[in-house]
Write a protein that binds this ligand. Structure first.
Ligand code: FMN
Length: 322
């Protein structure tokens, strides 16, 4: 699998997810085998005008490389300046044209760009002009049911010099509801020469097989299926031994959950770790007996020591029970 001049070890990627795919999360997925990880979306305006806080999203480590940095913005010139600023750390520059969040859309960025193909083209052209890094564009199927223009947007991205595109085949109006329509990924793949990456509803190893078979996509991304489940990546890649890897025993979950807390603490400090790790720990516990009770306890922890103690106790007890 190649994106521009970048060769990748396989065709399984971790999707960009704001609030989720921070450095520790990406490092965990990298160690479970995905070949490319994406940052959370990073504001081009933020990078250009108030560097420090936004640059925090760009913290990286050599062992997560190659890294795709995703930018969002509405102004071609500012997007180009931001792309030039991230060139050093980015092995791939990705442009966000799918974010449905109101604040982002109101600023003309994210999925709002699907309604303004000329502006979208100007952004891709401007970024292409300033960087030789592989350039990708991620978009939805359209603004709403009556304006599904992903084929037009995909062709335009290809013409403007994108090296690959990612389609999340839901409309902006759909948000994250319902199922993604994989037939759109197939149609886009048939229409373009550059690689097409499929995103949407890969929750089990069999979903990855079906998505690839049904669409012919060149690569796929794990989104919400990745929550608390890096083993999903390993089992998709480990075709011969899926059962062993797809439903991890509590002892393995304990190990990864504790490592995740440790890494989060190292990179972001105690206050953020207490707030941000809760959701991850609840996801690691999903499906185990007593998970609801664990959720309540973890959501009321007041120190890292308590969080570690609760996590250790829960997964150790689950190991004894099963
Ligand atoms: C919490 C959350 C945050 C997301 N943030 C981003 C983002 O920053 N940039 C982006 O292009 N897509 C973002 N997405 C969309 C995902 O990358 C993915 O395309 C989408 O969730 C569909 O895949 P899934 O059904 O496997 O979750 C986000 C999705 C979720 C659930």
């Amino acid at each position: 699998m190649k994106i521009g001049n970048l060769s990748l070890a396989n065709n399984l990627f971790l999707a960009p997810m704001a609030g989720i795919t921070d450095l520790p999360f990406r490092l965990i997925f990298k160690s479970f085998g995905v070949s490319l990880v994406f940052t959370e979306m990073v504001s081009a305006n933020g990078l250009v005008y108030n560097g420090a806080r936004t640059r925090d999203l760009l913290r990286s480590q050599p062992r997560e490389k190659p890294l795709a940095v995703q930018l969002f913005g509405a102004d071609p010139d500012i997007m180009a300046r931001a792309a030039a600023l991230v060139e050093e750390e980015a092995d791939v520059i990705d442009i966000n044209m799918g974010c449905p969040v109101k604040k982002v859309v109101r600023s003309g960025a994210g999925s709002a760009l699907m309604r303004e193909p000329l502006r979208a083209a100007a952004i891709i052209r401007a970024v292409r002009h300033v960087t030789r890094r592989p350039l990708t564009v991620k978009f939805r199927s359209g603004w709403d049911r009556d304006s599904e223009n992903y084929l037009e947007v995909g062709r335009m991205a290809q013409e403007e010099g994108a090296d690959a595109v990612t389609l999340h085949p839901r409309t902006r109006t759909q948000g994250f509801g319902g199922l993604s329509d994989w037939s759109h990924i197939r149609k886009l793949k048939q229409a373009l020469k550059i690689p097409v990456i499929g995103s949407g509803d890969v929750l089990k190893p069999a979903d990855a097989d079906r998505l690839t078979e049904q669409t012919g996509c060149d690569a796929l991304m794990l989104g919400r299926g990745a929550y608390g489940n890096p083993w999903l990546a390993r089992s998709i890649l480990n075709l011969n031994n899926r059962e062993e890897t797809s439903c991890p025993p509590p002892a393995k979950r304990r190990q990864v959950a504790l490592l995740h807390i440790d890494m989060h603490l190292e990179y972001f400090g105690a206050t953020r770790t207490l707030g941000e790790m809760r959701k991850h720990l609840c996801w690691y516990a999903r499906g185990l007996p007593g998970a609801a009770n664990f959720r309540a306890r973890i959501n009321s922890t007041r120190s890292i020591a308590e969080m570690v103690r609760e996590t250790d106790a829960f997964f150790s007890a689950s190991s004894d029970q099963l």
